[in-house]
Design a protein around this ligand. Structure first.
Ligand SMILES: *[C@@H]1O[C@H](CO)[C@@H](O)[C@H](O)[C@H]1NC(C)=O
Ligand SMILES: *[C@@H]1O[C@H](CO)[C@@H](O)[C@H](O)[C@H]1NC(C)=O
Length: 177
């Protein structure tokens, strides 16, 4: 009798584990959560994605490039890729952020200390600091105007490094008021 209860318990624990595992990898948002990142850094409705479990390399195909507004305007390309690790997305490509009408590619997104409530976006020349709470939920992302940005940030970035520093100094002021 006792043995049967124990067997049931083992089976139950096993089932829960399997279920937890399946859930943990059921969407790109779950992958973000599992790495201590807020799910709102990616737009709503991503279904086509791939995450390499060993390297953390991920790839996302959106149905169309789109824009989402937080404190700043964010642009997501058709294809987004990068490397997921704990509290960080590195070597990011396909995401850019607008500052004073210029677009800067976001290269890295970091949450150094979740209790600080802050998230950092490395836009090449500087780190932009935002409140984590801005990124709690994925946003609707509206189809982007193809003439509006594309890769302006890339072309202009070198010429505007000094401007970028100006922006950065302002940007480091907490953007969560
Ligand atoms: C994205 O699209 C390309 C081309 O259609 C395909 O090769 C790639 O596997 C897709 N990636 C994902 C994550 O679905
Ligand atoms: C980027 O995404 C688009 C749309 O899903 C796809 O057609 C294209 O092949 C992708 N490119 C790469 C390099 O994956």
């Amino acid at each position: 009798m006792n043995r049967r209860i124990i067997l049931w318990a083992i089976l139950l624990v096993g089932l829960c584990r399997i279920e937890a595992k399946a859930q943990a990898s059921s969407s790109i948002y779950d992958h973000l959560k599992a790495h201590g990142l807020p799910i709102g850094i990616l737009p709503k409705g991503i279904t086509e994605y791939y995450v390499d479990p060993t390297s953390g390399f991920f790839q996302i195909n959106l149905t169309e490039p789109c824009d989402a507004k937080f404190e700043n305007q964010f642009h997501y390309d058709f294809n987004i890729s990068g490397y997921l690790s704990m509290g960080k997305i590195g070597e990011l490509s396909g995401v850019s952020q607008q500052e004073l009408f210029l677009w800067f590619p976001v290269r890295c997104i970091r949450v150094d200390d979740p209790s600080s409530g802050l998230i950092y976006f490395d836009v090449g020349v500087v780190d932009k600091q935002f409140s984590l709470s801005l990124f709690e939920d994925p946003r609707d992302c509206t189809a982007a105007d193809p003439d509006d940005h594309s890769s302006n940030g890339f072309q202009f970035q070198d010429q505007f490094v000094s401007l970028g520093h100006e922006i950065g100094r302002k940007g480091i002021l907490r953007a969560d008021s």
